[in-house]
Design a protein around this ligand. Structure first.
Ligand code: MRU
Length: 364
């Protein structure tokens, strides 16, 4: 996507073909820094410590993590161990496991070292291109939903509420939840986004607001608890979120707090759509609440908040120092609360039948 006139992605392979470069998202929006990954351990740290985050980007970073491992050593035992360590970096986004498995089956199909390196590079680039195109198509398929609301409002402003960051920073291009918003803006639709700040790490107020602002999309940052009030007062036309893992039955895990937005949307008759590429479906889990692993992160992320003080990034403590905190990073919105999924193949109902109708290769 364009930032200040320059095309930029959150990850790319350097010209030396030995270094993967990423935007360090921990520092945005106040500092723009590029970090270099040279080993699989660097990729693991970048995923675990959230230099990169968002399901599709976690997958792409993991793919390049496998590539960096193959550059170091092409032996099966080393590679299987590296792949397992990369997969363990974060538990919820299934794109991580999907990408590593795809990389490993491509790599082991070659039996000489040079062939393995070539296969790893080709496959990581392929996964990157696949995710960029998926998000473009999510925009194409999501646009009619926003167009329809705009038409019903006689061309009046369409208010979309989103949670966390499911934008291009979380993907490669366009984003998932934001792709239809960008497509609507390009189509001349008057669109405005309510951006949940998304505690504790504020991916909404730091990242989504930055992305939308750079693109010139009208947006307003709100507290995580404001959505229900706005919905009751007719100020939200549609909720549009991403997901880290969605079961083949339509239960969608996303950033903590998404479930509460879905409940409020249902109570107020507001459409609640989840946008995702096929790489985010989990074809093995039936019951999302019981089966999707929910990451619990360091409680310090809840207790401390970072921001700009003067011209310095600073971290401050909010609760009493000795108060315990808990940091559940995701929750699961059951399929019954989801109005539909926007995927690269089209929009479907949130049910096994709807999902497998679009992806029949996973059984009927
Ligand atoms: O903890 P994060 O920042 O990785 O969580 C990201 C989200 O919850 C996104 O909404 C999700 O990954 C979808 S990204 C297109």
């Amino acid at each position: 996507m364009k930032v200040d006139g320059k095309d930029i992605r959150p990850i790319w392979l350097d010209e030396d073909e030995k270094t993967v470069k990423i935007i360090d998202q921990r520092l945005l929006p106040h500092q723009f820094a590029v970090e270099e990954l040279k080993t699989p351990e660097d990729a693991i740290r970048a995923i675990r410590d959230m230099y990169v985050r968002g399901a599709p980007l976690i997958g792409v970073t993991a793919a390049y993590g496998v590539y960096l491992a193959v550059l170091q050593d092409q032996d099966d035992i080393y590679l299987i161990d590296a792949a397992n360590r990369i997969k363990a970096a974060r538990p919820t986004a299934v794109n991580l496991m999907w990408a590593v498995d795809k990389m490993m089956s491509a790599v082991v199909s070659a039996d000489d070292p040079a062939g393995r390196i070539a296969e790893a590079k080709r496959t990581a680039a392929g996964i990157t291109a696949f995710e960029a195109e998926n998000c473009r198509m999510i925009g194409v398929h999501g646009l009619p939903l926003i167009k329809d609301i705009s038409r019903k409002k006689g061309g009046g402003e369409v208010n979309v509420l989103t949670h966390c960051n499911a934008g291009w920073l979380a993907c490669v291009e366009y984003g998932t939840a934001t792709a239809p918003v960008y497509a609507a803006a390009e189509a001349g639709i008057d669109v405005h986004v309510w951006v949940d700040e998304t505690r504790p790490l504020n991916q909404g107020s730091r990242l989504t607001a930055w992305e939308l602002g750079k693109y010139g999309i009208k947006h307003t940052v709100i507290t995580d608890n404001a959505g229900g009030h706005l919905m009751q007062h007719g100020m939200v036309d549609m909720v549009l979120v991403g997901t880290d893992r969605t079961t083949y039955t339509g239960d969608a895990a996303n950033k903590i707090g998404t479930y509460l937005k879905a409940l409020a949307a249902r109570d107020n008759n507001i459409p609640f759509f989840v946008a995702l590429p096929s790489s985010t479906f989990d074809w093995t889990i039936r019951d999302g609440v019981a089966g999707i692993p929910i990451e619990e992160r360091d409680p310090c992320e809840v207790k401390y908040v970072s921001g700009l003080a003067g011209d310095q990034l600073q971290t401050v403590l909010i609760p009493p120092e000795n108060s315990p905190a808990a940091n559940f990073a995701f929750d699961v919105t059951p399929a019954r609360l989801v109005s539909g999924f926007i995927t690269e193949r089209g929009v479907c109902e949130a049910s096994e039948k709807g999902i497998k109708g679009l992806f029949p290769e996973y059984g009927s």
